[in-house]
Design a protein around this ligand. Structure first.
Ligand code: ZN
Length: 543
């Protein structure tokens, strides 16, 4: 069980790191006690030291067994065939989002839209992914991304720590950290990268490189003093203090303020940094890596020499990056997701041992939460373009996965005629099947849009616009295709919610055959681990 051994060893190493400086000799002693163990069962969730090692974690062992079984009973590439792995995650990119974005992209090109395919819809293998977390039917991004990159489902709000931990309880997480594919890749000597249009400290990117019992502990300011005293570290600091291999090679996204002290003013906005501990993690990056660079706008980013810069940190917004729909209006200039993916690959491809890259379209989720389909679809198209770049740039020895962490309560409804504007009002067909002359109406004679939400801020639009017969806004008064338009919602909520149905996964490259049917979300780690033989390579490189 080499895989178990490496994960056991690394779990112990992380625990030791997490406890550094906590000054409690008793706790450090407990960590030491796990060192020689490594036996299945003795050290597990119910073991004497209370640790939840992946060797006895049900999610981990079930995923392992599923991959082992599939690789024996179906035609499959041998273990370790993939030199490189690229994982794309559309945050909140449910199946209805894919369908609507596919039509949107086609219509932007002047086509009817339905026949279009997003770049990754051409991949040879696909499947459905169950997204529930270990304690919720409908999850958030923390446990879902943890499952994808560590092979272990956990509780909502928790990042790459098993569900033996209690959310927000620092000490409950110590010793229960689970290794991510990115960490294993670093130990194996591969190059690694994390790219996101959200804050790099946000749940999805954070799960690749950090461990936290609370997803909101993005900077030290966001943590209770008790957690700091107990030896837990904020997520931003974990990116810079990353202890494995030669460090993460590429980190591109938003969230600049979480990396800057409150004594320094942001270069783009008249705001101070967020950190109370005085650390400037952007300058620490360039101090730590002699071949490193830090950039914060598109011009600097495009000027980076990727042949000589081997550790690239780019933080392009104070918080999340702009939506693709607004990117051109950004004062300082921001790269697109495709540009970030392209240059990340330029840096990572130079390592003969291969690379692991995670790319997140982080703002699909945010636009949906706002009930704003237009921006969600445009960010989905931006992800499709980023995948296209990777398809062109990555060699055949690269496993590419495209998936989502969870869905949204986003619907495509009515009987619009083929080619009807996807953001528009529903116009159906007449009795002969030709496009109708007027909009389709509800039971009170009111038009409605094809796209909508089961809940969210788009309920009612305020009493002025309310039609008293239908209790719906009169959409004749609105420009429903405007980029700022919020689609109607059935249940009034300040923020639209996630949905609980399956999401899709698409795969191509070595090991892609394992992506088929209906699978648990934590299986995706095991597919990547099989394809890249990450744990065994990590263990071999460590000894
Ligand atoms: Zn590295």
């Amino acid at each position: 069980m080499k895989l178990n051994a490496i994960v056991l060893a690394m779990t112990t190493a992380i625990a030791a790191l997490a406890l550094t400086g906590c000054g409690d000799d008793g706790e450090n002693g407990a960590v030491g006690a796990t060192g020689p163990a490594g036996q299945n069962g003795t050290n597990g969730q119910n073991g004497n030291d209370g640790r939840d090692h992946t060797a006895v974690n049900q999610w981990f062992t079930q995923g392992q067994a599923t991959v082992a079984n599939a690789s024996e009973t179906s035609v499959s590439d041998p273990k370790g065939r993939a030199k490189n792995i690229i994982l794309f995650v559309g945050d909140g990119m449910g199946v209805s989002t894919l369908t609507a974005a596919r039509i949107y992209q086609g219509q932007q090109r002047g086509e009817s839209g339905e026949e279009n395919r997003l770049s990754f819809e051409t991949f040879p293998y696909s499947g459905l992914v169950k997204t529930y977390s270990s304690n919720q039917q409908t999850p958030d991004s923390a446990p879902t991304m943890s499952a994808i990159v560590s092979g272990v489902k956990t509780k909502d709000g928790i990042i790459s720590v098993s569900d033996a931990a209690i959310r927000g309880n620092c000490t409950s997480g110590q010793g229960n950290e689970v290794m991510s594919a990115l960490e294993l890749a670093e130990i194996a000597g591969m190059s690694t990268g994390v790219v996101s249009t959200a804050r790099l400290t946000h749940a999805t990117p954070a799960a690749t490189y950090s461990h936290s019992v609370e997803r909101n502990w993005e900077s030290d300011r966001d943590m209770p003093q008790a957690a700091l005293d107990a030896g837990c570290h904020d997520i931003a600091s974990q990116l810079i203090d990353f202890p494995y291999g030669d460090g993460i090679e590429v980190a591109l996204g938003g969230g600049r303020s979480y990396f800057m002290p409150n004594t320094v003013t942001d270069p783009e906005y008249a705001r101070a940094g967020r950190r109370n501990d005085g650390r400037n993690l952007t300058t620490e990056w360039t101090s730590k890596y002699s071949d490193g660079a830090y950039v914060w706008n598109r011009e600097q980013f495009l000027a980076v020499d990727t042949s000589t810069t081997h550790h690239l940190l780019g933080l392009f917004e104070n918080s999340h990056m702009q939506y693709e729909a607004d990117r051109a209006d950004d004062a300082a200039g921001e790269p697109s997701l495709a540009e970030m993916t392209s240059r990340a690959l330029d840096v990572l491809k130079q390592n003969d041992k291969g690379y692991f890259l995670m790319v997140e379209a982080g703002r699909i989720d945010h636009a949906h939460h706002a009930g704003n389909a237009s921006r969600a679809l445009q960010d989905t198209v931006a992800l499709s373009e980023a995948v296209r770049v990777a398809m062109e740039k990555a060699d055949n020895d690269t496993l590419i996965l495209v998936t989502a962490d969870h869905s949204h309560v986003f619907t495509i409804a009515g009987y619009p005629v083929r080619g009807n504007p996807i953001l528009g009002l529903v116009r159906g067909v007449d009795d002969s099947g030709e496009a109708a002359a007027t909009y389709t109406t509800d039971s009170n004679g009111m038009p409605y849009t094809t796209l909508g939400y089961a809940n969210g801020p788009g309920f009612g639009f305020g009493s002025d616009a309310m039609n008293t017969d239908s209790y719906r806004p009169d959409l004749n008064l609105y420009n429903v295709t405007d980029v700022d338009y919020r689609q109607e919602a059935t249940v009034p909520m300040d923020s639209e919610t996630h949905a609980g149905e399956d999401v899709a996964v698409y795969a191509r490259g070595p090991g892609a055959q394992l992506v088929t049917g209906s699978v648990e979300q934590n299986l995706l780690f095991h597919v990547m681990n099989y394809a890249g033989d990450l744990a065994a390579r990590a263990e071999a490189n460590q000894n």
